[in-house]
Design a protein. Structure first.
Length: 110
């Protein structure tokens, strides 16, 4: 159960970060309204807060989170940008998720 909760929290965290970064990108690249910066800032604040909810040390959380971020970013690529990830993208996600699992869930000495 701990692993499922951790993974779900990482997914929500990644979505908050991606949305917080995508909205200014959209504003600058596609001529959206500057008002997009308000929800972007709120989303990035949510991202930072969500990272604090993990019981592990911050450095370990950041390192493991990176693996889930890669997976969610490629999901965003497909869902929002309309670009289907390649076979090699999927292999890369598998490797990063394996790394996340090793970092977060390996046994530790007391």
């Amino acid at each position: 159960m701990f692993a499922a909760k951790t993974f779900a929290l990482f997914i929500v965290t990644a979505l908050a970060e991606i949305i917080g970064c995508y909205l200014p990108y959209f504003w600058l690249r596609h001529g959206g309204t500057a008002w997009l910066l308000v929800p972007a800032a709120l989303s990035l604040a949510l991202f930072a807060w969500l990272l604090t909810l993990h019981p592990a040390a911050a450095g370990r959380v950041y390192a493991a989170y990176g693996g889930v971020y890669v997976a969610v970013a490629l999901g965003w690529l497909w869902a929002v940008d309309g670009v289907r990830p390649s076979f090699w993208d999927v292999i890369g996600v598998a490797v990063t998720l394996a790394g996340m699992g090793i970092i977060m869930f390996s046994p530790r000495a007391g």
